[in-house]
Design a binder for this molecule. Structure first.
Ligand code: ZN
Length: 342
């Protein structure tokens, strides 16, 4: 029996060296991009799952956070819904209680772990934020929008504005010093080639989703955030994906300047070929920051385990190889970590 457990452990962990406490960023982190042109500082606070609070001097945006974190059993078998107490508690855990400055909540797809908490956050904590997501996300959120009596103009469909590796796309202004280019992406299978909740919504939902399977993803997007100086020139580029994508899906247009920071996702990375190497070749990031890596079937924690089913150590091993061992160029933050980009 012990032998079988050992074989299983070896299969799961492969040969990747185990992660140590030193691999995780737990305090404030400062990333020096070595920019030739002085640029306004940008901070990114990790909220867990796909959630980031991105702050420039004049603008604050969120990528869609999740704090309700229903257990794996509930998610698989029962009804799930936003847990308003857990949302308030989760925000306290990650040290972010003031979201009234937030002007946009951005989500690349409509799975529950990205959009389920968003209507409540938009109603209470970030009450002036627009929600920008894909067509399926807009259609899925419609019933919660009416129940919470939110302004329909605050729900914005980005799908037709997406660029791809060939170019195109429309940049969406978020604030005086920040805009975003949505990029056509594609959600990978969750495990063993199987993508859960893989569908698009053809019409607005008539009642709120009750189970994880009703939070279908739709066509996924990734995001290229561009920080602007006072003359409107781009002085920082930050790429954020909220799901793994297999290239050329998720690539920014050829010819785009290299990005300062790329937020890349380990969860389910082995379901996409050449992730993260391919997207790193496309983005040429100065720094890679990992998001959506921890177990979101447990309440948000500043000391989480990796998400079940993903070999985080192997992902990090591949990332280290892609960065040729330069340890200063990647960060694995625990929720609540604040990253300052200089
Ligand atoms: Zn997800």
């Amino acid at each position: 029996m012990k032998g079988a457990a050992l074989v299983l452990a070896l299969l799961v962990t492969g040969c990747a060296p185990a992660l140590t406490a030193a691999d995780f960023a737990r305090g404030p982190v400062r990333l020096d991009t070595g920019a030739a042109v002085p640029a306004p500082p940008v901070t990114m606070t990790y909220l867990g799952v796909g959630g980031w609070l991105i702050e420039t001097p004049a603008t604050a945006v969120l990528t869609a956070p999740l704090f309700s974190n229903p257990s794996i059993w509930r998610t698989g078998l029962l009804e799930i819904e936003a847990d308003t107490v857990a949302i308030a508690e989760g925000l306290r855990t990650v040290g972010v209680t003031e979201l009234s400055r937030v002007v946009a909540i951005v989500s690349g797809h409509a799975h529950y772990d990205h959009l389920m908490d968003v209507p409540w956050v938009a109603a209470r904590q970030a009450a002036r934020a627009r929600v920008l997501t894909n067509t399926t996300g807009v259609r899925t959120l419609a019933p919660a929008w009416s129940r919470l009596d939110l302004d329909p103009d605050r729900l914005v469909d980005l799908s037709s504005l997406a660029a791809d590796v060939e170019g195109g796309g429309t940049r969406v202004p978020l604030g005086p010093d920040l805009r975003v280019l949505p990029v056509r992406s594609r959600h990978p299978p969750h495990f063993g080639g199987l993508e859960l909740y893989d569908a698009s919504r053809e019409a607005p939902l008539e009642r709120e989703p009750r189970s994880a399977s009703e939070w279908v993803g739709g066509d996924a997007l990734s995001f290229l955030f561009e920080v602007l100086d006072s003359s409107g020139s781009v002085v920082r580029r930050i790429y954020v994906q909220d799901a793994v994508s297999e290239g050329p899906y998720g690539f920014v247009p050829e010819g785009t300047d290299s990005v300062d920071v790329a937020v890349l996702v380990p969860a389910s990375f082995e379901e996409a070929r050449w992730h993260p190497e391919a997207v790193m070749e496309n983005l040429r990031p100065r720094h890679v920051v990992l998001g959506h890596w921890e177990d979101f079937f447990e309440p948000v924690s500043v000391d989480p385990d990796p998400v079940p089913g993903t070999n985080l150590a192997r992902f990090v091993e591949r990332l280290r190889r892609a960065l040729e061992g330069d340890e200063s160029r990647w960060t694995l933050p625990v929720p609540g970590t604040r990253i300052e980009i200089r």
